[in-house]
Structure formats: structure tokens, C-alpha cells
Design a protein around this ligand. Structure first.
Ligand SMILES: Nc1ncnc2c1ncn2[C@@H]1O[C@H](COP(=O)(O)OP(=O)(O)O)[C@@H](O)[C@H]1O
Ligand SMILES: O=P(O)(O)OC[C@H]1O[C@](O)(COP(=O)(O)O)[C@@H](O)[C@@H]1O
Length: 344
């Protein structure tokens, strides 16, 4: 392991699900490192690249014009092999063989657990950069990719609203987020969805078909039409949006259509917010390496650069905003506008 003053070579990976803005972070790491005369080696396909020695030296010209593209130029992957003791040891051996002084991982909570695993076998500094559309990491207000995913979901929801309005239909739109409701609540709010099914709310008070039918019928009565858009977070309904649409259609006298947004939420042009966040965090990560920090995630909290122990990023839970939930669920709930009539 090198001291702070002898960082000559950094290894970097992008790991887990790709996220818009990862390239911006990668570019920032390379450019910031170059300012200090530090070399950057990109290992391809996440942790898998550490096992197969699949790497590429990254110079200014490799990264100069990549920040407007999603995906990741060094590719990402989920590597099962790396999780074993043998995998961790092999990765460490390879990092040493390449005389790597510090390691940066751009990814989500799984990738950070991977960093902890690596630290059992490799003693150099390890810094995490939060890159996941799910925004489910403690220690940063936003993760890289989240803003773009919300924009994409919002764009789709706006389009779906056109048909919902024109044809008096109910739509169930399923968004990603794994076990977190960030994309769900933000896209629901941005589009004025009538209902949202979020993991954070399902845990305490799960919605039932009966409750949803009652709500849709009440909205119909209050509004006099049936344009109704529901945002469903993935993994929150057995059988997902398709099954829920069938269940609702069986009970209501109107067409209910499912729409699964899926991986479109992980692609497209990164928003300015994600490019800027990726850039800030890439530079921040290089500074943390130079300061001799290890096992921390570079983040932005209340618009200030922050650092959080990697272990806290997944053991502590970032709470969904109560304020947003209240606005969306209670204050702007269409049936509350005319409560007396709707409950008759
Ligand atoms: N507990 C763990 N121990 C070692 N490596 C892990 C662990 N969890 C995840 N990883 C590594 O990190 C990769 C990415 O994790 P994953 O959960 O798929 O995505 P994300 O980082 O986006 O949450 C995994 O494929 C694996 O290589
Ligand atoms: O692309 P895959 O492997 O099917 O994974 C889908 C999952 O990846 C995500 O898009 C991003 O999750 P991670 O950042 O944890 O990888 C989740 O929202 C979704 O549940």
C-alpha cells in the first residue's frame, strides 16, 4: 500500500446495474487524476475484470467526450465469482500485480459490499462513488443516474396520461427501484399520478385490491371521468403491473392497462444534474484518495461534498421524504377535494 504522497496508479470499475452519468464520473476521475500525474486503469465488467485481468489504461483522450452518453465505456456486470473468498483473494493479487495504489468503485450498495469484501484481502485505499438509478444509498442526497431515471419515467407517464385522458382508462405503470420508492414517488409527483404503491408504504399498510378499487371508483365519482394513473414500484405486487391490471379490470367496468417501463429507465441521455453530480463525485473521489481516506463513499449532501463510511451506506437507511408522501398521498389525493360527496 502507498502513502498519500505516493499514489501513482488508481484502478477503477463500474459495477452492478449501469446508471446514466457513470461515464461522467469516470471522465472526472481520469481528468482529475491526470492533473496530479496519476495513471488510471479501468477494469472492465465490474469486479469480473479484476478476476480476468481485463483492463484498459484510461487517458484524457479516452474520456474527453463521453459524458453525454449513458452506459459505461468500461462496461458493468454483476460478478458472482468475485463474492467468494477465492474471488476476493484473486482480485487483490491482481491489483498488486498491476501496482495499483488505490481502488475506486462506481456502483450501488452491492458494489460497496464488494468493496468491503475486497478490503479483507487488499490493503490499499478504496473509495466508492454512488452510481445507481435506485437512489437507495445513505450518505448522498442523490445517486448518479437517479435524476435521469426520474425524467424518463416522467416522460413515459406524461405520454400515458394522454391515452388515459382520451379513453377514460386506468393505467398501472411499473417503475424500477429494486426495494426503494425514490423513482416511484418522484415520478408520481412530477406527473400528478392518482395513486402510488411504494415499498416504504406497503411495509406498514399494504394496499389491497379492494382499497384500490374503492379509490378508483371514488375518483371517478368526484371527477366524472376515469383517467387514472397509478405508479407501481417493482417487487411490490405479486405478478406486478400485469397481474394488478387484470385484478382491477375484473372488478371495474373499464379497461385497465399495465405498462412496464423496465430498462428504458437506465438509458438515454444523462440529465445535466447527473452529469454534474458524476463530475463532482469523480473529482471528489480522487481528492479523497489523495487525502489517504479509505472505505468511504464520496457523496453530495445539501449541495456540499460529503464522505460516509461505506458500511453506513447500506446499513443505514435514507428515508423517503415524509413531506413528499404527504403532499402526494393526502393533500393532493383527488377524492379529498370533495370528501363528503366521494364517501357517500
Ligand atoms: N456481499 C458481497 N460480497 C462480495 N461482493 C459483492 C457482494 N454483494 C455484491 N457484490 C459484488 O458487487 C456486484 C454488484 O452488486 P449488485 O447488488 O448486483 O449491484 P449494485 O452495486 O448496483 O447494488 C455483484 O455482482 C458482486 O460482484
Ligand atoms: O438489469 P437487471 O440485472 O435485471 O437488474 C434490475 C435492477 O437493476 C436496477 O435497475 C438498478 O439496481 P442496482 O443499481 O442495484 O444494480 C434496479 O432498479 C432493478 O431492480
Amino acid at each position: 500500500m502507498s502513502s498519500v504522497n505516493t499514489i501513482n496508479r488508481i484502478a477503477i470499475i463500474t459495477s452492478g446495474g449501469d446508471a446514466p452519468g457513470m461515464n461522467a464520473a469516470l471522465r472526472a476521475v481520469v481528468l482529475a487524476a491526470e492533473n496530479y500525474g496519476i495513471e488510471v486503469m479501468g477494469f472492465r465488467h465490474g469486479y469480473e475484470g479484476l478476476l480476468t485481468n481485463d483492463f484498459v489504461k484510461l487517458d484524457r483522450e479516452d474520456v474527453e467526450h463521453i459524458l453525454q452518453y449513458s452506459g459505461t465505456i468500461i462496461k458493468s456486470a454483476r460478478s458472482e465469482r468475485f463474492k467468494s473468498e477465492e474471488g476476493g483473494r484473486e482480485a487483490a493479487t491482481n491489483l498488486d500485480a498491476h501496482q495499483i495504489d488505490a481502488f475506486i468503485v462506481i456502483g450501488g450498495d452491492g458494489s460497496f459490499r464488494g468493496a468491503e469484501h475486497l478490503a479483507n484481502f487488499w490493503k490499499g485505499p478504496i473509495i466508492g462513488i454512488p452510481g445507481t438509478i435506485d437512489n437507495d444509498l445513505f450518505g448522498t442526497d442523490n445517486t448518479i443516474g437517479y435524476d435521469t431515471a426520474v425524467e424518463t419515467a416522467m416522460d413515459a407517464l406524461d405520454k400515458i396520461r394522454d391515452t388515459a385522458e382520451a379513453m377514460d382508462r386506468v393505467f398501472i405503470v411499473e417503475v424500477m427501484g429494486r426495494n426503494a420508492g425514490y423513482i416511484g414517488i418522484s415520478s408520481a409527483m412530477a406527473c400528478g399520478a392518482e395513486r402510488m404503491i411504494l415499498p416504504e408504504l406497503q411495509k406498514d399498510k399494504p394496499l389491497t385490491v379492494d382499497a384500490l378499487v374503492k379509490h378508483i371508483e371514488s375518483v371517478q365519482r368526484v371527477r366524472g371521468d376515469s383517467s387514472y394513473v397509478m405508479v407501481l414500484c417493482e417487487n411490490q405486487w405479486p405478478g406486478g403491473a400485469v397481474r394488478l391490471a387484470e385484478q382491477l379490470e375484473d372488478r371495474l367496468n373499464l379497461p385497465c392497462r399495465p405498462c412496464l417501463l423496465g430498462h428504458v429507465q437506465r438509458g438515454g441521455r444523462p440529465t445535466a444534474m447527473d452529469r454534474i453530480l458524476g463530475t463532482r463525485l469523480g473529482v471528489h473521489a480522487v481528492e479523497l484518495v489523495r487525502q489517504g481516506k479509505t472505505a468511504v463513499m464520496a457523496g453530495v449532501t445539501a449541495n456540499e461534498l460529503s464522505e460516509t463510511p461505506l458500511i453506513d451506506t447500506w446499513t443505514k437507511r435514507k428515508k423517503l421524504s415524509e413531506e413528499l408522501i404527504n403532499i402526494q398521498q393526502s393533500l393532493f389525493n383527488p377524492i379529498k377535494k370533495d370528501r363528503n360527496k366521494s364517501t357517500q
